[in-house]
Design a protein around this ligand. Structure first.
Ligand SMILES: Cc1cc2nc3c(=O)[nH]c(=O)nc-3n(C[C@H](O)[C@H](O)[C@H](O)COP(=O)(O)O)c2cc1C
Length: 186
């Protein structure tokens, strides 16, 4: 069994990226357990606050990533890049302490995303690459899920109504899980 932590990068209730992550949980192939993490409650990074101890929401996310075999980032695109709330969470997680190294180091990571525009977060996905390179994560490039015009693919309750996207999610997770499995065995 491969255990993947999924984290969506939007805080709004009707988030298409959170909906895409829920759809991925439904679409996960056999042998893949996709569990949900969150960036909710993570304060703006402040080194003075950090010196007083890690905020509980940061601790929880770091522990969730550490406990998982792989990390799935479901990222919106803001102004052709990474949303600030999600980059802020990643910055907290990236911090290295003598007895608490960053859980990103060596962690297999995949990125996907949904947008309301025509390009489905392509630029945001590219913008994550230098970040995960810098933190020495193992980014997977063997598949891609870009979901354009998300407003046409989910119903009012946020359930995915498009079968082709559901199929792509299953294939993407199977590919990523294969990569994670290889990394585990290495
Ligand atoms: C500040 C801001 C910037 C945005 N920039 C882009 C963009 O560069 N490309 C894009 O496709 N969508 C952009 N969008 C639209 C988002 O794709 C859309 O709001 C999407 O629903 C956000 O993800 P969510 O539904 O998970 O919250 C932007 C939205 C916001 C609020």
């Amino acid at each position: 069994m491969v255990r993947i932590l999924g984290v969506a990068g939007s805080l709004r209730k009707g988030s298409y990226n959170a909906a895409l992550l829920r759809a991925a949980v439904e679409a996960a192939p056999e042998g893949v357990e996709l569990v949900l993490g969150t960036i909710r409650g993570i304060p703006l990074f402040d080194a003075d606050e950090e010196a007083l101890g890690l905020p509980p929401a940061v601790k929880a996310l770091r522990e969730g990533i550490r406990a998982a075999d792989g990390l799935l980032i479901v990222s919106p695109e803001y102004n052709a890049s990474i949303p600030g709330v999600m980059k802020n969470a990643a910055d907290w997680v990236s911090r290295v302490y003598p007895e608490d190294p960053s859980p990103f180091a060596g962690k297999p990571v995949a990125v996907m995303g949904a947008s309301m525009g025509n390009f489905g977060t392509l630029q945001a996905q590219d913008a994550w690459r230098p970040v995960f390179k810098r933190v020495e994560a193992q980014m997977w490039f063997g598949g891609q899920v870009v979901v354009p015009r998300a407003q046409t693919l989910f119903d009012a309750e946020g359930a995915l109504t498009d079968e082709a996207t559901a199929k792509r999610l299953t294939q993407f997770l199977a590919g990523f899980a294969g990569f994670v499995g290889k990394m585990k065995g290495a």
